[in-house]
Design a protein around this ligand. Structure first.
Ligand SMILES: O=c1ccn([C@@H]2O[C@H](COP(=O)(O)O)[C@@H](O)[C@H]2O)c(=O)[nH]1
Length: 233
């Protein structure tokens, strides 16, 4: 079974524990983002690891190459499974991220997967042009950043599932992690490039990231099971 990655966008360890307690010790693939990590830090990661969960630490590093390299050295000691940067930091920054991760990974351990955000799933075509002054269509912009990411030696990208077919056509051996996932009928909220789990599977995503469709549902366990079903069948 392919597991969706569940975004633990909660304010504290307590609210996270409360959410996870509904899953009866099932091992989940979880995503810890800025809100939770900035509050609870490495202790939370340790706790989630001890409970057997896989962890995508979604901090989206974006700084000068040396700073990103040293930050990745530290993050590699947390034994997470996946980590990320913003591709907009450029090739040198992404290469530095990989150097840091490799240097920080203990002998005998797997280096965490490292992926780069191409264009946030909250970004629309209009915003791309008018605010970011990127004068190409979303798909081309995502592909351009994906190519830079591949050249820098990273394992894959974050994009919406809508761009996955083009990325997969042009770049091989490269994973696609796609947030902006909504169950049919759910609100888009601040996301603009959204698809259902079923559509993401049909478009060829390797991993989907699901937050509010599960965490804000009246019945999170049932919503999770629906996502799992749609994602796998
Ligand atoms: O382009 C991106 C990159 C990261 N995210 C993160 O994924 C989740 C999505 O949450 P939803 O509640 O399902 O919208 C959230 O943690 C974002 O920080 C993204 O949405 N888009």
């Amino acid at each position: 079974m392919n597991q969706p990655i569940i975004a633990l966008d909660f304010p504290s360890m307590d609210s996270t524990d409360q959410f996870l307690s509904q899953f009866d010790r099932e091992k989940l693939y979880v995503k810890v983002g800025m809100q939770l990590f900035y509050k609870e830090g490495p202790n939370l990661i340790k706790k989630l690891k001890e409970a057997g969960h896989w962890i995508f630490l979604d901090l989206k590093l974006h700084d000068i190459p040396n700073t990103v390299k040293e930050a990745m050295k530290s993050l590699a000691t947390l034994h997470i499974d996946m980590v990320n940067v913003h591709a907009a930091g450029g090739k040198k920054m992404m290469e530095a991220a990989m150097e840091g991760l490799e240097a920080g990974t203990a002998a005998g351990r797997h280096r965490p997967l490292c992926i780069a955000v191409t264009q946030l799933t909250s970004t629309s075509e209009k915003m791309l042009k008018e605010e970011l002054l990127i004068n190409s269509h979303m798909e081309e912009a995502v592909l351009h950043y994906a190519k830079l990411t591949k050249e820098a030696g990273l394992d894959g990208i974050v994009s919406s599932a809508l761009e996955v077919p083009l990325v997969k056509e042009k770049i091989t051996d490269f994973i696609t992690v796609t947030p902006g996932i909504r169950l049919p009928g759910d609100k888009a909220d601040d996301q603009t490039r959204i698809v259902t789990p079923e559509k993401a599977r049909k478009l060829g995503s390797d991993f989907i990231v699901v937050g509010r469709s599960v965490t804000k549902s009246g019945n999170p366990l049932e919503a999770y099971e629906r996502v799992v079903y749609e994602w796998n069948n």
